[in-house]
Design a protein around this ligand. Structure first.
Ligand code: NAD
Ligand code: ZN
Ligand code: ZN
Length: 358
């Protein structure tokens, strides 16, 4: 096992990540060590690197919570996974397992929860430590690069759609057709819903149509709430806001049907005003939703393994992370970038390091 690895590190908020050597983490009892094969780049990683949220990670840290890889070592007492298994190291890195929320299978809101690539170092590195009780089990037949976006963008939207309580045949409006949204459209279609996709980019909306959206609305050129209300005959039964934009949140409540549910998953910093009269008089539910549980993980991976949803991925090496972040900040990533670790280290350098550590 090498002692050093390459990692992309946030050393200062709002500054480019630093590509540098980092110690391969030391395995302790109850933990596993995973050799990263692929890691998706989520807009959350950008929020993390910018220090956008009230609870900030401790600097320096390694982002990345869509990491897929093989287990290369298991600590004492680990039985649930074994060496060679392919696992995903997600945002929900671990939880206490015994609080009221964990007992109710709501481990996502456990007060003791740790977050991959945030409170624990994540997958923008060649090796990653994980808690075997909380890793995703990647089905056979799903490659590492295909599985990566499922373990955050996939689970978050799959769970968020369920949280809208929209039923087959009803309308769901999905605001933001990027990394999360392009998977949300596919999950919603697979779950029998009629889908309206909303974005500010015509290219993303054209892609949303190709992915099965029944209706698309450009929130830049149209009054999004009015267009959704018209196109769905009174508003969407469920609304899922993935856009990292406060404007989208204002519009989302306005496109919700009477007695419908607007689920918030995007996390732009800030607050948005809730039109109280409309929410009260129309009996609208506004609900937050945060990733998903381990059971949601198994379910959303099964959709992918069955070919019902497929992430659109652009492969990039780890070294391109600052360029990817710049594109993500400007909405220039078509769907999801996945860092491909087979492409990370030039072959000669990798061979040299193997020799040094053999
Ligand atoms: P992304 O950048 O890939 O996609 C965002 C999309 O929103 C883009 O297509 C962009 O064009 C579109 N958009 C921007 N402004 C818009 C507007 N006003 N109206 C409609 N569309 C607009 O980002 P992503 O990786 O999909 O992440 C989206 C957000 O979800 C981020 O804030 C991220 O932190 C958050 N997130 C939350 C959870 C959770 O558990 N709640 C999990 C993962 C990500
Ligand atoms: Zn994410
Ligand atoms: Zn707990």
């Amino acid at each position: 096992m090498p002692t050093k690895m390459q990692a992309a590190v946030v050393e200062q908020f709002g500054k480019p990540l630093v590509l540098r050597e980092w110690d391969v983490p030391t395995l302790r009892a109850g933990q596993i060590l995973v050799k990263t094969e692929a890691c998706g780049v989520c807009h959350t990683d950008l929020h993390a690197a910018n220090g956008d949220w009230p609870l900030k990670p401790t600097l320096p840290f390694i982002p990345g919570h869509e990491a897929i890889g093989r287990v290369v070592a298991v600590g004492a007492g680990v039985t649930i996974v074994k060496e060679g298994d392919r696992v995903g190291v997600p945002w929900l890195y671990s939880a206490c397992g015994h609080c009221e929320h964990c007992l109710a299978a709501w481990e996502t809101v456990c007060a003791e929860a740790q977050f991959g690539g945030y409170t624990k170092n994540g997958g923008f590195a060649e090796y990653i430590l994980a808690d075997p009780d909380y890793v995703a089990h990647i089905p056979e037949g799903l490659s590492a690069t295909e599985a990566a976006p499922i373990i955050c963008a996939g689970i978050t939207t799959y769970k968020g759609i369920k949280e809208t309580r929209a039923r087959p045949g009803e309308w769901i409006a999905i605001s933001g057709a990027g990394g999360l949204g392009h998977l949300a459209i596919q999950y919603a279609k697979a779950m029998g819903l009629q889908v309206c996709a909303i974005d500010i980019d015509d290219g993303k909306l054209a892609h949303a149509k190709r992915l099965g959206a029944d209706l698309v609305v450009n929130a830049k050129t149209e009054d999004a709430a009015a267009a959704v209300k018209k196109g769905t005959g009174g508003g969407a039964h469920g609304v899922l806001i993935t856009a990292p934009s406060l404007t989208a949140f204002n519009q989302g409540v306005g496109m919700t049907r009477k007695r419908g549910t607007c689920v918030l998953v995007g996390l732009p910093p800030g607050e948005f005003p809730l039109p109280l009269f409309d929410v009260v008089a129309n009996c609208i539910t506004v609900r937050g939703s945060f990733v998903g549980t381990r059971q949601d993980m198994a379910e959303c991976l099964a959709f992918a393994a069955d070919g019902k949803v497929k992430a659109d991925i652009e492969l990039q090496p780890l070294a391109s992370i600052n360029d990817v972040f710049a594109r993500l900040a400007h909405g220039d990533v078509p769907s999801r970038v996945v860092l491909d670790f087979a492409a990370t280290v030039p072959k000669a350098a990798a061979a040299q390091r193997e020799l040094e550590t053999a």
